[in-house]
Design a protein around this ligand. Structure first.
Ligand code: ADP
Ligand code: MG
Length: 257
């Protein structure tokens, strides 16, 4: 069963170590949340998992289905079944949401079978409509140019629709703090809830305690100063909502320096 295993990960940006030995395993069927105060390296983790070139892994490994993904290009990671949501998705004027999704799906299918002729268009349209219904989206959305003039909420919907179409084994979402309104949070969490199941593992990264009003992770981790310092169940997120992060800081003083 494919799973994402992060083992003793160390990551630097411009020679400054940001992630300092982080280990975490996300299995298919599980929803994990990483929470933590600003500046602790949450987005650094997301970017590293995506394969962003500015982030240097100095130690440790990230295995997906037993394979080290750190050697893989971002598109190879995607074809392997990892979905990495972009916080700031790029607009592609001239390419409709439907065409983009069909190309992405066909690339994924060809990664599995190089002889694949691509999904027949009627079959694709039918599946896309079903996904849009599941996510309570207007069908007009499929004909619009990808992210071109999309509101924040629409970009989030496009992301979730992409996830629904590609059916990844593991989805990683960095819901960073800036510009994230309650609507966007709701869209993402409803989408994740609609798609969650035994074949999808989810890692949601967030600063936002309010996330847990919408999404129900089975596993909650607190990240501080580049490490996971606390792990627990949903009660940990509730505790954070009530008490903030100060108690974690105090408990892990050496880590919070
Ligand atoms: P979080 O998402 O938890 O708020 P980030 O991963 O964005 O934290 O940032 C972690 C640390 O890395 C911060 O101290 C931040 O200033 C630093 N950092 C992030 N991006 C860069 C960058 N491109 N260059 C230098 N430092 C960076
Ligand atoms: Mg961040």
């Amino acid at each position: 069963m494919p799973q994402l295993e992060i083992k003793n990960l160390h990551v630097s940006i411009e020679d400054k170590e940001i992630i300092k030995g982080l280990s975490l395993t996300v299995r298919q069927g599980e929803i994990h949340a990483i929470m933590g105060p600003n500046g602790t390296g949450k987005s650094t983790l997301a970017y590293t998992l995506m394969g962003h070139p500015n982030y240097t892994v100095t130690e440790g490994e990230v295995l997906f289905d037993g394979q080290n993904i750190l050697d893989m290009e971002p598109d190879e990671r995607s074809r392997a079944g990892i979905f990495l949501a972009f916080q700031y998705p790029v607009a592609i004027p001239g390419v409709t949401v439907a065409n983009f999704l069909r190309s992405a799906l066909n690339a994924r299918r060809r990664a599995v079978n190089p002889e694949d002729k691509g999904v027949p268009i009627p079959e694709f349209r039918k599946a896309l409509k079903e996904q849009m219904d599941l996510l309570k989206m207007n069908h007009d959305f499929a004909g619009r140019y990808l992210n071109d003039g999309f509101s924040g909420g629409e970009k989030k919907r496009a992301e979730i629709l992409q996830m629904a179409t590609l059916k990844p084994s593991i989805a990683i979402l960095d819901e960073t703090d800036s510009g994230l309104d309650i609507d966007a949070l709701r869209i993402v969490s409803e989408g994740v809830s609609a798609l969650a199941g035994p074949n999808l593992g989810v890692l949601v990264i967030t600063h936002y305690q309010r996330l847990l009003n919408y999404i129900k992770p089975q596993f909650v981790h607190v990240m501080m100063n580049g490490r996971i310092v606390e792990s627990g169940g949903p009660e940990l997120a509730l505790h954070l909502e009530e008490h903030g992060y100060d108690w974690v800081r105090e408990k892990h003083e050496e880590a919070a320096v």
